[in-house]
Design a binder for this molecule. Structure first.
Ligand code: GDP
Ligand code: MN
Length: 408
């Protein structure tokens, strides 16, 4: 589960990680109030206004209607409301949102931490994630902060420093010092970075996160080390242990169909194609999507109904697929192992009747226990559903279905 930058910073702060202070707002008036409060608390008189969406690249991204960037500087209280207006309610398009962009419902008003001083502020990169190949967490750091890290990894892999953490003993002091040293830091900044890495790793473990990315980590002109940005990804499977984190979920950032599917325990991912599919088992779902492509269609979704498919889950799956206006045909591909094919067939027929008014053709391929009986139930139902036994047959029927106008 992803959370917003303002939430991530609060979580990190509670573990002693130094952050760029800020206050979240959802109206221009609240933004001004937030700026005044920040001024009183931190003494700052310049502010950064940051769009809160679950995607990166906001600094370079643009609000469609106003042309404002997703991260802007306000030089004084007078500029806050106007600049907030240009971001709030707009649609922000960044290289991570896709061309449709994401609506900005909230902004973070933060203190400007790039103030002039004894030295230039410098941006670093830090992330923590699981290295699956090595079976342990890895901390990655780079002096090339603020940049697109994929580009750094591609062109200058030597500029990414890695430190693997032995799960038996956790992060050791020497490892945090080694990272800070390799980043070229000394004195106060060195100590600050060691503390930063140590508390960041503690937060990562305590929250059962699956990824942290802090880009940039800033060394201020007076040698403080703090998080300017924060991407926190929490492990969904551990959320039951962390109620205070689970409530940070922002449904507005998620696809509404995916949210609904989640309620029924369906594994659904929306895609851009025209053939909806409902399958039991992730492997079979992948194979089915390949098959749809081979027959000239494009999958409209990934939907795994799991091993215990029944009339209720089939109906829920149907409803979700049908809400996608791009869907021209639906392919149901179920292997009857634990669940018998005749049961699935009855489930499909029942769901079809309950929903009613289904305009798109449906192809049902049932294989496994009682496959023949299942096919018979489908074919004799009198509904616009056709059965297939082999994959090839199903592919041909899908092909025919998407060639013919669905209204016929
Ligand atoms: P992202 O573009 O979504 O990754 O958002 P970030 O939070 O990383 O902000 C983007 C960029 O805005 C940073 O790399 C900084 O260059 C700039 N920025 C962020 N905070 C401040 C600030 O306090 N002052 C100034 N001058 N620039 C800032
Ligand atoms: Mn960033």
């Amino acid at each position: 589960m992803n959370i917003h930058e303002y939430q991530a910073k609060e979580v990190l702060k509670s573990y002693g990680v130094a952050i760029q202070e800020g206050i979240v707002a959802d109206t221009p008036e609240a933004a001004l109030e937030a700026a005044k409060k920040l001024n009183a608390e931190t003494g700052t008189s310049w502010y950064v206004i940051k769009a809160q969406i679950h995607a990166g690249g906001r600094g370079k991204g643009k609000i469609q209607s106003t042309g404002s960037n997703g991260v802007v500087l306000a030089r004084g209280l007078d500029e806050v409301m106007e600049k907030a207006k240009n971001i709030l309610g707009g649609t922000l398009v960044t290289h991570q949102t896709g061309p449709e962009g994401k609506k900005v419902n909230k902004i973070l008003i933060a203190q400007d931490v790039y103030y002039p001083g004894a030295s230039e502020p410098k941006e670093y990169y830090l992330s923590i994630l699981l290295d699956r190949a090595k079976g342990c967490n890895v901390i990655m750091a780079s002096t090339e902060g603020g940049m697109d890290i994929e580009e750094v990894a591609e062109n200058h892999p030597e500029k990414i420093i890695k430190e693997w953490i032995d799960p038996k003993v956790g992060l050791q002091g020497f490892q945090a010092r080694k990272l800070a040293f390799k980043l070229g830091l000394e004195g106060t900044a060195f100590k600050g970075m060691v503390k930063f890495i140590t508390s960041l790793y503690e937060a990562y473990i305590a929250t059962d996160s699956s990824q942290f990315e802090i880009n940039p980590v800033l060394k201020t002109s007076d040698d403080k080390i703090l998080a300017v940005d924060a991407k926190v990804n929490l492990d969904d499977n551990a959320l039951f242990k962390h109620k205070h984190l689970a409530i940070l979920r922002d449904f507005e950032e998620e696809d509404p169909l995916e949210v609904e599917a989640d309620k029924y325990g369906l594994n659904y991912v929306k895609l851009d194609g025209n053939v909806g599919c409902m399958v039991n088992g992730a492997g079979l779902a992948m194979a089915t999507m390949d098959m749809i492509k081979l027959s000239g269609g494009e999958p409209a979704n990934f939907l795994d109904v799991g091993g215990g498919a029944n009339a209720t889950t089939v109906e829920a799956g149907f409803r979700i697929i049908l809400q996608d206006p791009n869907v021209k045909a639906i392919l149901i591909n179920v292997f009857g192992g634990i669940v018998r094919c005749d049961r699935i067939a009855n489930g499909v027929v029942e769901a079809y009747k309950t929903i009613g008014d289904i305009k798109v053709p449906i192809i049902v391929r049932l294989q496994g226990t009682n496959a023949e009986e299942g096919a018979k139930i489908i074919d004799e139902s009198g509904l616009k559903v056709s059965s297939a036994i082999t994959l090839k047959e199903a592919a041909e029927k899908v092909k025919a279905a998407i060639l013919v106008p669905s209204e016929k």
